[in-house]
Design a protein around this ligand. Structure first.
Ligand code: BTN
Length: 256
């Protein structure tokens, strides 16, 4: 990354790995050894890429951007869910800036183009009751896959930048813009707080104002996604007008 225009991210510590189990795991190890905020790990291939809710994340060699960052935000652990939303806004900006693509965010962390998932974000944290030790943000962006590269189970729901734009995309340049845009929104978040970023999140959301089905381990809730609260939770109003606050779950947006 020769012309990286960030102040910190990827400048102090940048790890480029050919193969790793998961860049998030690698980042955790580095974070527990004390590596600073802004440390970036990128891998060509992950043998055990992790998705949310203990799913696998397919991370074929050279096809995508598989990256993790170490953050050390001075916020209370309760607010850590905000970080995922901040990162999603950064990704939307990066895709817009580098490729002119207008992508949408599905709560909490999916980035979609034409209703198909192109990117996922996995946030993990180590914290005491009143203090965050570190947050690891892992981003998986499908870049140069063809439809056949995706396993059958996800062919109907996944896409790549190449499929959307009809041409190969330069991964190095894309990564550079991601680091720049994510650093910007993250710093804005630390300086000005969550509300401005939340507004941007809402403007780019395909979840709010929609009828949704939310699947959680023990229950399923159907209703209207009416808001996101300051903790990053999704607020859903069901048919009986009961308000549900969703911390984690799988959201299906009902087609109209
Ligand atoms: C999801 O949508 O479920 C989140 C997917 C996150 C995938 C990325 S790829 C880089 C980083 N390392 C991992 O093992 N997972 C994240």
């Amino acid at each position: 990354l020769t012309n990286l225009n960030t102040s910190k991210w990827g400048k102090e510590k940048f790890y480029f790995l050919n193969e790793v189990d998961s860049t998030n795991n690698y980042a955790k190890k580095l974070a527990s050894e004390g590596k600073p905020e802004g440390t970036v790990i990128v891998a060509e291939e992950q043998s055990a890429g992790k998705g949310r809710l203990s799913r696998k994340w397919i991370s074929a060699k050279g096809k995508g951007i598989w990256t993790s960052f170490i953050l050390r935000p001075n916020i209370l652990p309760n607010f850590a869910a905000q970080i995922t939303l901040v990162m999603a806004v950064g990704m939307i900006k990066a895709l817009e800036k580098n490729l002119g693509v207008s992508a949408k965010i599905k709560w909490p962390n999916d980035i979609l183009i034409n209703d198909l998932k192109v990117c996922g974000i996995l946030t993990e944290m180590s914290a005491e009751i009143d203090r965050i030790n570190y947050v690891i943000v892992g981003i998986g962006l499908n870049v140069n896959q063809s439809n056949d590269d995706f396993p059958d189970e996800i062919q109907d729901s996944a896409t790549s930048l190449k499929i959307c734009l009809g041409k190969e995309i330069k991964r190095v340049q894309m990564l550079q813009v991601i680091l720049e845009e994510i650093e910007k929104v993250y710093n804005l978040y630390l300086e000005k707080g969550f509300s401005e970023i939340l507004d941007e999140w809402k403007n780019n959301s395909c979840t709010l104002g929609q009828e949704v089905i939310v699947k959680m381990p023990k229950e399923i809730i159907e209703g209207m996604a009416i808001d996101i609260d300051s903790g990053g939770c999704l607020i859903v109003k069901d048919k009986e007008n009961i308000i549900h606050k969703i911390i984690a779950g799988d959201v299906l947006v009902r087609k109209k």
